[in-house]
Design a binder for this molecule. Structure first.
Ligand code: ADP
Ligand code: MG
Length: 685
């Protein structure tokens, strides 16, 4: 067995107990350990003199302790131990919290190496919770770069460093370089063994940079190559349904729509229809900014499926959206004989049973629903088309689960979240893309304002004026945590405050995740029917909700939301003929918050906002890379490494173009091998 595949517990100093903890970090083998890259580095720039200590800087000193340590208990549960130390230039105070044992650990006649964050307090140099080690010149002198690893309970930084040192010792020199020498040379890639050593224990910043570049290149290369191979596979071997439908009936339906399609909608519908009759499985992403009219495009695709004798299914992330789409589709298909049903988790069992039965017998043509649609026991008679709306809320796995409800049905995924072009290539290498790059006519851009919390009274006055003109408003409450319960609570509180106070004269509605499905539904219905003036809500309304008469979107604590999310929320207004407004209430405590709010007030363009979001937050946070169903990157950062990505594109192209080259052929085979599991998960056929 290769050393790389050996269990970590056999590494010196690990053992079964630590191995179990390491497993929690996904480290099972020696290889996993080596792939557990540092998240950062600590740079030691030699020993400082106390007199040269700089406030706020991490620094090391060599000192002796003076006199005795002093431990105080200012209150219950807190002890503060201080000990004065000095070098030949001045005094330094070491301060430890809740570590009274420190006072017995050191003596006054030895030299100690101390390291920590320097703070100037009351004119004194202080180190809080410093590292203290007996001074050993060979160990402590000179500068060095130490790795900082992501940890888990029971595993310290020291454990991790020992593990890596041991693991490296075992494999050093024997790591196989996946890249042939000519590619390494052309793209200036460091050799694999060098890269592995210096990513963990860099000898210099230069070596670290080279190591990192090589490993980022490698990671992006295999991902791109794998996506490319998936695409090839999907396009060569995806025999699918070939829809045949009554074109006259279809045209009549288009004519009967409440509005003419925009040119962009027409173009995208054409692209879809071409796929549907092609005999190859459609795997298409429809991207269109909020309000660009994706629902009707979906409806047309569904109608085409039904006219061709197949069933269609549409999966959406929230119950509110499921019910809204259900209502929209019912209205659109009124008089056509198409039978639409809705399936959501909150329904009664008997209702669900009846829907399941009618689906299996083919009595239902189109099913709209939440995740409930992909549960076991939901079986279709002849599912021909599956659609996921607001696709960023679903993973590849869920998309695939829906598709597996039929025999190679066509698939359409719809997203308002504009993935920046660079990411789109990464994430949707397996999909064809259609873009609705035009809004329906007559839309006025939403006017967006950023105001401080102190201006809330004026915001409420503004809402009152809009309501007096017959309009409606949303107020979205702070997202406190990823907790439904807490968010719901803050919505309830805001609702109560406004109902008793400033907005007592208006008809207020409340919507949050903790309400029963039927309650949510009736509130949404009342809001859509204009019986509620102001809807106070959590982010449950974030996606898809469409009430064109609503013209004001107030977002409290807007600084707590990501830009993509703010843009989605703003997309709830500006859906009709009236001028709409989005008011971001945010305390611009930091420059970053200020910048984010500025992006929102300056731009209404989802693509632009997404690019900015990516720059400001990085791709890890951007919607959560995980949600896209692709493995998270271990080391690459698509913002920082955009330059490397371009080089990777060149390399992938070179390898694919010269497949006869045995070294390249081996590289392609290696990619398939390495990504075998993922390839299966991502493939749709
Ligand atoms: P989204 O792309 O955000 O899902 P929707 O499908 O909800 O957008 O459409 C937003 C609004 O625009 C809806 O009220 C819809 O009826 C309307 N709409 C869609 N297409 C057109 C069009 N071609 N002309 C006028 N209004 C349209
Ligand atoms: Mg939508």
């Amino acid at each position: 067995m290769s050393i790389l595949k050996q269990d970590v517990q056999f590494i010196k100093g690990v053992g079964p107990k630590k191995a179990a903890r390491l497993n929690k970090l996904g480290i099972k083998t020696v290889e996993d350990a080596l792939q557990h890259f540092p998240r950062d580095y600590e740079i030691w720039r030699g020993i400082k003199k106390v007199a040269n200590a700089v406030d706020g800087e991490d620094a090391s000193f060599v000192v002796t302790f003076v006199g005795n340590a002093n431990t105080q208990k200012p209150r219950k549960g807190l002890t503060i131990t201080t000990w004065r130390a000095k070098d030949d230039t001045g005094y330094l105070w070491c301060v430890w919290f809740n570590q009274p044992y420190r006072s017995n650990m050191y003596s006054t006649d030895k030299l100690y190496f101390v390291r920590g964050r320097v703070e100037y307090r009351y004119g004194m140099v202080q180190l809080q919770n410093p590292i203290v080690e007996e001074y050993v010149p060979e160990k402590h002198d000179g500068s060095k770069i130490l790795p900082i690893y992501p940890l888990t309970e029971g595993i310290t930084q020291k454990d991790m460093r020992n593990l890596m040192a041991e693991a490296l010792k075992r494999v050093e020199g024997s790591l196989n370089d996946e890249f042939p020498a000519d590619l390494r040379k052309r793209f200036k890639l460091a050799e694999k063994n060098f890269a592995m050593r210096h990513i963990h224990f860099p000898q210099s910043l230069q070596a670290l940079e080279e190591a990192r570049r090589r490993l980022v290149f490698e990671e992006l290369f295999f991902m791109k190559m794998a996506l490319h191979l998936i695409r090839e596979k999907n396009h060569s071997n995806n025999r699918g349904l070939s829809f045949e439908w009554d074109h006259k009936a279809f045209e009549e339906f288009v004519q009967r729509l409440p509005f003419p399609l925009t040119n962009a909608q027409k173009r995208v519908v054409d692209e879809i229809l071409r796929d549907l009759k092609s005999g190859r499985v459609m795997n298409r992403l429809v991207q269109g900014d909020v309000g660009s009219g994706k629902t009707v495009v979906a409806a047309l695709a569904l109608y085409c499926a039904v006219l061709s004798g197949y069933q269609g299914a549409m999966m959406v992330p929230t119950e509110i959206l499921a019910r809204q789409h259900y209502a929209t589709l019912k209205e659109l298909f009124d008089g056509t004989g198409v039978k639409v049903e809705c399936l959501v988790g909150g329904m009664k069992n008997v209702e669900k049973e009846s829907i399941r039965f009618r689906l299996a017998t083919g009595d239902i043509d189109i099913l709209v629903g939440t995740h409930a649609v992909i549960e076991d026991g939901v079986n279709f008679k002849n599912l021909g088309l599956v659609i996921t709306d607001e696709q960023h809320r679903f993973g590849v796995r869920q998309r695939a689960a829906l598709q597996q409800k039929g025999q190679s049905p066509h698939m359409l995924v719809m997203s308002a979240t504009p993935i920046p072009r660079t990411l789109a290539l990464m994430f949707y290498g397996d999909l064809d893309v259609s873009v609705i790059d035009e809004l329906p006519p007559g839309r006025k851009p939403v006017k967006t304002y950023h105001v401080p919390p102190s201006m809330k009274d004026r915001v409420l006055e503004f809402i009152k004026r809009q309501v007096a003109e017959g309009r409606q408003a949303y107020m979205v409450c702070p997202l406190v945590e990823e907790s439904d319960a807490i968010d719901s609570q803050s919505a309830i509180e805001l609702f109560e405050t406004l109902r008793r106070g400033e907005l007592a004269d208006l008809r207020l509605g409340l919507l949050h995740g903790r309400m029963k499905p039927a309650e949510k539904e009736s509130v949404m219905e009342a809001f859509a029917a204009g019986q509620i003036d102001v809807l106070i809500s959590t982010t449950v309304i974030e996606v898809g909700v469409n009430v064109p008469n609503a013209t004001v979107m107030v977002i409290e604590n807007a600084e707590r939301f990501g830009l993509a999310q703010l843009h989605q929320l703003r997309g709830r207004v500006g859906r009709g003929e009236h001028q709409s407004y989005c008011i971001l209430i945010a305390d611009a405590k930091t420059k970053e918050i200020y910048e984010r709010m500025k992006v929102m007030t300056k731009s209404n363009d989802g693509f632009e906002i997404a690019e900015k979001d990516l720059q400001l937050r990085g791709p890890g946070d951007f919607l959560g890379v995980k949600q896209h169903g692709l493995p998270e990157f271990k080391i690459a950062n698509l913002v920082r490494d955009i330059g490397i990505l371009k080089q990777v594109d060149l390399a992938v192209r070179q390898v694919l173009q010269q497949r006869d080259n045995p070294a390249y052929k081996a590289l392609i085979e290696y990619t398939m091998d390495k990504f075998n599991e993922q390839l299966n998960e991502i493939t749709f056929n």
